[in-house]
Design a protein around this ligand. Sequence first.
Ligand SMILES: [Zn+2]
Length: 287
Amino acid sequence: MEQPRLLAVHAHADDETITMGGTMALCADRGVRVVNVCCTDGSLATIVDPEMAAREAEVRPRLAEIRREELTRACRVLGVDEVHWLGYRDSGMAGAPTNSDAGAFWRADLDEVAGRLVAIIRSVRPHVVVTYDANGAYGHPDHVQAHRATLLAVEAARVGDRYPDAGAPWTVSKIYYTAFPRSEAERIVALAQAAGLPPPFGDTPIDELGFIADDAVVTTGVDVRTTIPRKLAALREHRSQIGPDFPMLLAPEEVMVKEFSVEHFSLALTRVAGGARESDLFAGVAV
Ligand SMILES: [Zn+2]
C-alpha cells in the first residue's frame, strides 16, 4: 500500500500549528507522511514574549533564525516529517510600506513561487494539500500570496510541459483551506464568558473578525482530541509569537481537549468521490 501524503503550505512559522497542528499530529499518528512549507522568514512579526520583547534590539535582527528554530521544534512535536523554507521576506500586515520591499513575499513573482512549489509537489507527491482561502484566511498579504501560489502550483504540477525541469507530473487529489467557522467563534465567546475568562477575540464583534468562515463553506471537521496536548506543546515552542495569554493556552488542557477538539477545513478542489460533509482529509483518496 502506498503511504498517504499531506502537504501544508503556510505563510509564517506558527500558522501550521494554530490552524491545523492537531490534524498534522493525527495524520502522523496514522502513518501519513506530513510535509510543511513555510513561505516567509517571519522577520516583521510582533515579538510577543515579554522577555524577548524587552531585548528587541538584539532579538529583532535574529528573528528569522529564531522563528526557524521554533518551527523546527514545533514540527518535531507534531511529527512533521519534512519542512521546507521558501525564505521570502515577511511582507508585514496589509497596506504596510514593507509590502513592496525587495524580497518581500508579496512582491515575489508568482510564477517563480509556483515553480518552487511545483518542485516540492512533484517530489513529495501529496494526495492532499492544505493552504488558505482567497482572503488568506484573514487578509495578510503573505497568506493571500500563499493561496495564489499554491493553487497555481497544484494545477501546474499536473502538466508535464509546465516547469519541465521540476520533476515528473503529479496530480493532487484534494485541496483544502483552513477554516474557522462562525458558529465555533460564537461558541468560544460564550464559553469564555461563562468561565470568566477574557473575551478571546477582544472587543471586536465576531462579524468584524477577518478570519471567520461562513459555516456553509466549512465541509470538514477533524476530531483531534487525541493530539491536543501535542498541539498545545507545539504552540509553546513558538515562544516569540505566542505568549501564555494566547487564547488556546489560557484554558486548562482538559478543557481544550473537551471543547476544542475539532479543526475545520473547507474542501476547495477534489478529484475523488466524497460526501458534502467529511471528518477526514483523506476521505475517498485511494492509497
Ligand atoms: Zn501568518
